[in-house]
Design a binder for this molecule. Structure first.
Ligand code: SF4
Ligand code: SF4
Length: 173
């Protein structure tokens, strides 16, 4: 049987499957709450590092996005994946009401003329690490230590997200 992942379409792309996925994660968290300390601490670590990345991103966005002739979100084929959803649950963040895309022909439901309506912390990780060519060029104009800090933080979040997922799976398996 083919899953959504095999077909490269967004997982949990209907309201029903989205709610079911979130119910299942909440249930697993509640059932194993006494063992969740490390997974929750890792989610907190991800959050702290993301907050530092956002300071750099806000700066980049301010200098590029308001004049963009072709906003990337209009053609982005991205979605909330398992690590994203896990991070939201472990960090007790507000869960978006639905997956970004019901299918690959649609535009992200959280895009607006003023930009993304989701708080940065609840957007999928891909929406944070992706820098369009204009932003990459802008980042290259910044001080070396800012560029290095950005790369270090991106790498640190990747590692931490993987550890968080592994710890969660270890607990619930
Ligand atoms: S990130 Fe780049 S492509 Fe996307 S809206 Fe901003 S300037 Fe445009
Ligand atoms: S969640 Fe926000 S940043 Fe990500 S694709 Fe959708 S509108 Fe763009």
């Amino acid at each position: 049987m083919q899953s959504n992942f095999d077909l490269d379409i967004p997982p949990w792309n209907s309201i029903d499957t989205w709610q079911e996925a979130n119910r299942s994660l909440s249930f697993l968290m509640q059932r194993n709450l006494t063992d969740m300390d490390r997974a929750m601490a890792l989610a907190h670590k991800v959050q702290t590092r993301l907050a530092s990345i956002f300071l750099i991103l806000d700066d980049l966005c301010k200098a590029t996005c308001p004049w963009c002739p072709d906003p990337c979100c209009l053609s982005a084929k991205v979605w909330i994946d398992f690590k994203d959803l896990l991070f939201l649950h472990l960090g007790r963040h507000q869960i978006p009401p639905a997956q970004l895309l019901p299918n690959l022909k649609k535009v992200c439901r959280y895009w607006s003329l003023k930009g993304c309506v989701l708080p940065r912390m609840t957007r999928p990780w891909v929406c944070t690490w992706y820098l369009c060519p204009t932003q990459q060029a802008n980042l290259r104009q910044k001080a070396r230590h800012t560029q290095d800090k950005f790369s270090r933080l991106i790498q640190a979040v990747k590692v931490c997200r993987t550890e968080m997922e592994a710890e969660f799976i270890r607990i619930v398996s």
